[in-house]
Design a protein around this ligand. Structure first.
Ligand SMILES: Nc1nc2c(ncn2[C@@H]2O[C@H](COP(=O)(O)OP(=O)(O)O)[C@@H](O)[C@H]2O)c(=O)[nH]1
Ligand SMILES: [Mg+2]
Length: 372
C-alpha cells in the first residue's frame, strides 16, 4: 500500500492538473519550415517526437498530441498550397465539434510557420491564414530560422516580413514574429525570439488557459515564478484563515491539505512528473514513509513561538510564516529540478542534498531563526 504522504501528494497532483487544464496549440506551415524544432524549443523535447499524435476524428489528417498541460494539433500528409481545401474543411469540422466541449479541449491559438529565408509567401498561405481566422482561431505568424547578427535580422527575412505585413492579414500584431529555435552548430547562431512568441501567445489565449500555457512552456521562467508566487500568496492567506477559525481540530493538520495543494501546483507549473515531484517532496520535507501527517507538520516546530503544537492551536501569523516558508523552499527545489540542476549522485537524486537545499531555503524564511 502506498504511504499516506505519497498517496495524498498524487491525489493533489491530479487535482491541480485538472484545475490547470490544458493549452492547445495548432501548428501549421510547410514541411521543413521548422515546426517540430520550434515546438521542442518552446515546450520541451518530450512533446514533439512527432508522429505520435492520434487522429482527431476518424480519417482525419489532423492529429493531436496531448501531454499534461499541452495539446499540439498537427497535420500529417496534407500540404498547404496543395490540400488547403481538405485541410480547412477538416479543421472547420473539428473546431465546430469542439465548441460544445470544455475550454481545455478547444484549440486556443494557431501558429503559422514560414521559413524566414524563403523568399516567397504564397497566396494559398494567405488564404489559409484567413480561413483559420474565420474559424475564430487567433493566428500568430512565425518566421523560423531567421539569422540575426548584432540585433539585425537577415535582410531577406526582413523583406519577407514586410511583404507579409503588407498583406494586412488577420494575424496578431499584423506582422510575423522572428525566431530562431535551435543553435546552429556551424554559424553559432543562438536561439532567440521564443519568449517573445510565448508572450504574444499569452495575449490571445483565454485567461482560464494561461496557467496551462505557463506550465507547458519552458522559455519564460519568470512567468512560472510569478504564477508560483501568486499561488503561494493565496495559500498563505488560506492558512492564516484556517488557523484563525476556531475548529475543534488540530490547526497544524488543517494546513496539510493546503500545503500539499501548493506543492502540487508548483510542481505542475514547473512541469515535473508526478513520480519525480513525489520523490522530491518526500526528500525535501523528510516525511518518513510511515509517519505521514505528523511528520509533515513537524517542520512547524522549527518556527520560534510555535512551541509544542501537535494537536494544538497555532496563530494565524505562525500558520502564514510556516506556509510561506514551505512554499518558497519547495519553489527553490522545483526551479532547480526543472533546470536539471537537482543534486544527484551517479544519476540518482541525492535525497540528502535535496533535503539540505529545502531546509536552508525554509529556514531563511523564518524570522528569528539563525541559519547555519
Ligand atoms: N539550427 C537550426 N536548425 C533548424 C531550426 N529549425 C529547424 N531546423 C532544421 O530544419 C529542419 C526541418 O525542421 P523540422 O522542425 O523538422 O521541420 P517541420 O517539418 O516543419 O517540423 C531540421 O533539420 C531542423 O534541424 C533552427 O531554429 N535552428
Ligand atoms: Mg515536423
Amino acid at each position: 500500500m502506498p504511504d499516506w504522504f505519497t498517496e495524498s501528494f498524487r491525489a493533489e497532483f491530479d487535482r491541480q492538473a485538472a484545475a490547470i487544464g490544458r493549452f492547445n496549440l495548432a501548428v501549421f506551415g510547410k514541411t521543413g519550415t521548422g515546426k517540430s524544432t520550434l515546438i521542442n524549443a518552446v515546450f520541451g523535447a518530450e512533446v514533439a517526437k512527432t508522429g505520435i499524435g492520434e487522429p482527431v476524428t476518424q480519417g482525419s489528417h489532423l492529429y493531436v498530441d496531448r501531454r499534461g498541460t499541452l495539446g499540439i494539433f498537427d497535420t500529417k500528409g496534407l500540404e498547404i498550397g496543395r490540400d488547403d481545401a481538405t485541410l480547412v474543411r477538416e479543421l472547420r469540422e473539428v473546431v465546430k465539434g469542439l465548441r460544445s466541449k470544455p475550454l481545455s479541449e478547444q484549440i486556443h491559438c494557431a501558429w503559422y510557420c514560414v521559413r524566414g529565408m524563403d523568399r516567397r509567401f504564397e497566396e494559398a498561405e494567405a488564404t489559409f491564414i484567413r480561413a483559420l481566422a474565420a474559424l475564430d482561431l487567433p493566428v500568430i505568424v512565425v518566421l523560423t530560422q531567421v539569422p540575426r547578427r548584432d540585433d539585425q535580422y537577415h535582410p531577406d527575412a526582413v523583406a519577407l516580413a514586410r511583404h507579409i505585413e503588407s498583406l494586412r492579414l488577420p494575424i496578431l500584431g499584423g506582422r510575423p514574429f522572428m525566431t530562431y529555435a535551435m543553435r546552429d552548430q556551424f554559424s553559432g547562431q543562438p536561439p532567440y525570439g521564443l519568449s517573445e512568441l510565448v508572450h504574444a501567445t499569452f495575449q490571445v489565449v483565454p485567461e482560464a488557459v494561461q496557467a496551462a500555457l505557463v506550465a507547458a512552456q519552458r522559455v519564460d521562467l519568470d512567468a512560472k515564478a510569478r504564477a508560483a508566487q501568486a499561488f503561494i500568496g493565496v495559500t498563505v492567506t488560506a492558512s492564516a484563515a484556517a488557523a484563525a477559525t476556531p475548529i475543534p481540530f488540530s490547526d497544524a493538520a488543517l494546513l496539510v491539505p493546503l500545503q500539499l495543494a501548493m506543492m502540487a501546483r508548483i510542481a505542475q507549473l514547473y512541469g515535473l512528473g508526478v513520480d519525480k515531484a513525489g520523490l522530491a517532496a518526500v526528500a525535501s520535507t523528510a516525511v518518513a514513509t510511515t509517519a505521514g501527517r505528523a511528520s509533515f507538520t513537524s517542520l512547524l516546530k522549527l518556527i520560534p513561538g510555535a512551541g509544542t503544537i501537535a494537536g494544538g492551536v497555532i496563530s494565524a501569523s505562525i500558520a502564514s510564516t510556516f506556509t510561506f516558508a514551505m512554499g518558497q523552499a519547495w519553489l527553490a527545489v522545483c526551479q532547480k529540478s526543472a533546470g536539471g540542476a537537482l543534486p544527484s549522485l551517479g544519476g540518482v537524486v541525492d535525497t540528502k542534498a535535496l533535503h539540505d537545499l529545502f531546509m536552508s531555503e525554509f529556514k531563511r524564511r523564518i524570522p528569528g531563526m539563525r541559519t547555519a
